[in-house]
Design a protein around this ligand. Sequence first.
Ligand code: PMP
Length: 312
Amino acid sequence: MTSILDCIGRTPLVPLGRIAAGLPVPVLVKCEHLNPGGSVKDRIALAIVDDAERRGLLRPGMTLIEATAGNTGIGLALVAAVRGYRLACVMPEKMSIDKRQALAALGAEVIITPNAPPAHPDNFQNVARRIALEKCWFLTDQFNSEANVRVHEETTGPEILAQCGGVVGAFIAGVGTGGTITGVGRALKSRLPAVRIVLADPVGSGLAHWALHGVVGPDAGYQIEGIGTSQPPSILDRSVIDAVESVSDAESFAMVQRLLREEGLLVGGSAGTAVVAAMRVAASGITRDPVVALLPDGWDRYRSKPWMMAFS
Ligand code: PMP
């Protein structure tokens, strides 16, 4: 071990021994919340920085900039600390004060933008792009980064295959950037042509309709964070998705409570979404092999949210 960055990845895969007990096939969960920064995004933070270093784009002391309020910012903060970079995170003002404080505590410069739609110059992604150009900072750009997909194709996917002894019936994940489902989907399909890759999408997201029909569906509000969108990200490969399960906020939150209390899995909302979808897939009889869901992040990011406060 040379630093905490060596602890990124190689996360456990565990069966849901209690809540999936009555189902015809096992449901296994990939515990990405156990990464050092508490989320799956540690993998891409390290991969994007490694890739930029290999291409000679980064020198110690330079500043990384990302449009993020959450997990990617925390992952990048760990990498920046160990590798000697500065980090700036651009976030819209609607994001919680907890997130601002967390990133500031980790040493990041936090730049707040007005809440503005994607086409507006004040939108947080456009502001990040503009500052990167003006100040010659390195835009990590998770939504357009091929390194994001590649790290899942080369690590998360092969880990799942090895942990399952090469037998996987279906893989279920939500989509934020699409890096996880695209990379893991490709890795699994290259070895197991019959594996089913299932998108777990919040009710209200326009992505499920896009995955099925190629046209974004109507966009309504939902509370689950980090997944679902009205704008399919460029790195999301629609051809890896075989099926879609739409999951309501209430179903996702109820599942998080069960994961906490019945399985000891201290996870966030989008993990609930993935597990609800995985349980449906396992019950449907479409495969006789184990079903795998990915748990993207931990519960600590949501403890002050009304939905989690309602558990106590
Ligand atoms: N869950 C949470 C909580 C996330 O922050 C993200 C990433 N935005 C995801 C799921 C989806 O991962 P990906 O970006 O690889 O599609």
